[in-house]
Every structure is written in C-alpha cells, then in structure tokens.
Design a binder for this molecule. Structure first.
Ligand SMILES: Cc1cc2nc3c(=O)[nH]c(=O)nc-3n(C[C@H](O)[C@H](O)[C@H](O)COP(=O)(O)OP(=O)(O)OC[C@H]3O[C@@H](n4cnc5c(N)ncnc54)[C@H](O)[C@@H]3O)c2cc1C
Length: 397
C-alpha cells in the first residue's frame, strides 16, 4: 500500500489524542506529522484553580516533543496561516508549506474578546495560561481592595461548565478569605435557566444549581445580553448595571484565524461543518475534531448559547476521525459517531464540593442522566486531573 502523509493540526485534546491513536492504528505504514503553535499540552480544566494560586504551569502542562519523538511522529512547532485545500497544503508562518494526503484539524477555538465593548480590557479570563495568570494578579489586587463580584457567560458563549466552576470556586475563596459581607456575587448568563449549559439542561442540575445560588446568596440573572464591560461593573442591554471589583465573563468562541482564512473550509463563525464521520463534505481528505467542529445547538434560546465541546467528546471525535482516515485509505466504509449520541461525562468542581455528571447521551433525549453531588466530586476531579496528565505524559503505543 502506498505510504500516505497524514497531518494533524493542534496538539491538545483533539490533536494529541488523534496523533497517538493514529500511530497505534498505522504504526510505520504511514507518515504522521503534527503541527501546532506550541509544544505544550495544556489541561484546560485546571485553569479554574490557577487564579487562586492552587496550580502552577508545570502542574498542568507537559512537553509533547519527547513523546512524539519516541513514537516516530514528526512534530513542527509553528503557526498555521491557512490551508490550500485544492493543493493539499498547509501554509506555515516560519516553515515551508507542508503537503498532506489527509489532514485532521484540531485547532480548538479563538476566544472572541472583541464583540462586546470592554470585554478585552475589563474582564478577567481563564481561557488560556497567559490570561489566567493576569486573572491571578487581579485576584491578588481584589483581596487588598474587595467589593462586589460579577461572573458570567456572555451571549454566544459555550463554555458554561467552566464559568460555573469558576463562579463556585470564587465563592469558596471569598468565604475562605472571610469576605462574604463585602463581596456579594452576581452570575450573569445568556442561558434561559440555571444549568442549561448550552445543551438544554441535564437531569436535575437546574434544581441543584438554584439551591446552591440560594444557599450561597448568589444573585443570578438569566437571558442576559451584555452591552459593555466597564472598569467598575457590567452593563446589560436592558440598562441594568452590576457593579464589580472583580469580573470574569466567559466570551463566545469562534474558529481560529487559520480556519477562517481558508475559503470553503468553515461556516461564518469559523467552525468546520463535518458530517458524523468527522469528514468534510466537500474536501474528503479533510477531517476535523474538537472545538474546531460546528455542533448545532439542540434548542433555540432567547439569547444565543453555544454547545460546549468538552474534553471527552473531543477525544471521541478525534479517535473516530483517525479511524475513518485509516478506513478511507483502505477503501473501507467510514463509521459515524454522532456528537449528540456520545456518552456525557463531566465533573463540575465548586471549590470543596462538586457534581459528577454522567449521561448516556451528550444531547437529549437521554435514557440515563445522573448527577452525583458532594465533596467526593471535588476529590474525583483532582484525582482525574492527576490520572489524565500522568496517563497522557506516559502515552505508549
Ligand atoms: C477554563 C476551561 C475549563 C474547562 N474545563 C473542562 C472540564 O472540566 N471538562 C471538560 O471535559 N472540558 C473542559 N474544558 C473544555 C476543554 O478544554 C476542551 O474541550 C478542549 O480543550 C478542546 O480540545 P481541542 O483540542 O479541540 O482544542 P484546544 O484544546 O484549544 O487545542 C487546540 C490546539 O490547536 C493549536 N492551534 C490553534 N491554532 C493554531 C494555529 N493557527 N496553528 C497551529 N496550532 C494551532 C493549539 O496550540 C492547541 O494545541 C474547559 C475549557 C476551559 C477553557
């Protein structure tokens, strides 16, 4: 069989999983190259703890280069500028263009800090190590001069779980620092009800979340459209203003520039519309996985809410995509694994407690959906973090 060159873009949940899985499937029969603008795997879920000094960079990242080296996977650290889908090439910032037979795009999101005035300047962020570090500094300033807090998920946001986790972790830190009386917390969200999560809700999560809001005296505001984030608070489109001395608004995600700069690859928001085999409908040697992929919201909401493409389904998409690349090379039929039907596994941490979320399908209708609340959920999340990073650092084919 002719040796093919399979190129994977991105080296995090989608890209890294795809590279290791593909190596396992094809060995040395085909050439694998990973291209990413970093050599570090970042475990995003731990960024909810980073601003409070509970994690350092070394705890939640690892270098992918020795692992690729050991597995005979080529790695190029560079930024992809765009793709030439007709010529099967990837154009890079500092290297010559790379030609592929198959490509898998796992470039994740671009965080859109510019669609709401003041979001970039006045909101803290946890979507990346650099911004989380700035948030840590802002938290230290806040501790010296405390006041009201606003945390939220803006219109079009999808990463609701992380916003809730940061909200409840901030609540826990406020209590630990004996600031409850001076630091009232407001949660502003585009969701139509608490714990909608962009997926139409999950089991009795709404009731549990409402109970927690009441129990912890968190004021919450649903169906919100943020007009402006100011230095001293958040202004909604309906004129309501929520004063804040520490603000974290989760922005919407769009596709990365490299994808948006490639005609015919993605939709208007820069997400790649693949079918349930994760193959592009027009360019059959192009596959995509993870946040880079478009997933249709299951229900319309008054204010736009995106669908969260979390770690577990991202890895499943990546595995399905590489299996289908191999099937395509062999001339076999591709297998579908619809996002909606994947099992749902998530742990939502709230500081010293949490909720374990398990369901038979990502999107409803579901036959089984369980939420297990309690302190063990916090420890389960910590244990999962350690297990995940250890197992991926020691990945062996
Ligand atoms: C704060 C936070 C907390 C989260 N918590 C959880 C959680 O508890 N559980 C859960 O399941 N999920 C969680 N998620 C979601 C999870 O992080 C995502 O599902 C996951 O990161 C998606 O993986 P991905 O590979 O698609 O994208 P990413 O992880 O964003 O990876 C994209 C990769 O592409 C590379 N790249 C991008 N553009 C280019 C370019 N132009 N050129 C070269 N390389 C490029 C990047 O460097 C990176 O390697 C959380 C997310 C955040 C932000």
């Amino acid at each position: 069989m002719e040796r093919k060159h399979i190129v994977i873009i991105g080296t995090n949940f989608a890209g890294y999983t795809a590279a290791i899985e593909l190596k396992e499937l094809v060995g040395d029969n085909h050439r694998i190259t990973v291209i990413a603008n970093t050599h570090k795997f970042l475990f995003f879920p731990s960024l909810i703890w980073y601003p409070f000094g509970l994690r350092e960079e070394k705890d939640i990242t690892f270098d992918v280069r020795p692992i690729y080296d050991n597995h005979g996977i080529d790695f190029i650290e560079d930024e992809v500028l765009n793709f030439d889908l007709a010529k099967n090439t990837v154009n890079l910032k500092h290297h010559d263009a790379v030609t592929y037979d198959y490509i898998l795009i796992g470039t994740g999101p671009k965080v859109d800090y510019d669609y709401i005035p003041g979001l970039r300047e006045h909101s803290n962020s946890i979507v990346g190590l650099g911004v989380a570090h700035k948030t840590r500094e802002a938290w230290q300033r806040f501790l010296k001069d405390p006041g009201p807090i606003v945390i939220g998920s803006a219109q079009g946001a999808a990463c609701f779980g992380a916003a809730y986790e940061f909200l409840f972790n901030t609540r826990y830190q406020v209590a630990k620092n004996h600031l409850k009386d001076v630091a009232p917390i407001t949660y502003i969200t585009s969701e139509p009800f608490a714990a909608h999560f962009g997926i139409g809700g999950f089991g009795n999560a709404q009731k549990m979340c409402e109970w927690m809001f009441n129990h912890y005296h968190i004021n919450y505001k649903l169906n919100s459209v943020i007009k402006e984030v100011k230095a001293d608070g958040v202004l909604l489109e309906n004129g309501e203003f929520y004063p804040s001395k520490f603000t974290m608004i989760m922005p919407r995600f769009i596709g990365v520039d490299a994808v948006r700069n490639t005609p015919g690859l993605a939709n208007a928001n820069g997400f790649i519309e693949v079918d349930d085999t994760y193959q592009h409908p027009t360019y059959k040697n192009v596959f995509a996985a993870g946040v880079a992929v478009h997933v249709k919201p299951p229900t319309a909401t008054e204010v736009p809410c995106g669908v969260p493409k979390t770690g577990w389904p991202t890895e499943q998409m990546a595995k399905t995509a590489v299996k289908n690349i191999v099937a395509d090379i062999k001339g076999l039929p591709l297998k579908a694994e619809k996002f909606d039907d994947m099992a749902a596994y998530c742990i939502m941490d709230t500081g010293n407690m949490g909720m374990m979320i398990v369901g038979d399908h990502m999107l409803s209708p579901r036959e089984h959906e369980f939420i297990i609340p309690g302190p063990e959920a916090h420890w389960a999340k910590v244990a999962f973090e350690k297990y995940f990073l250890w197992s991926r650092r020691h990945a062996k084919v």
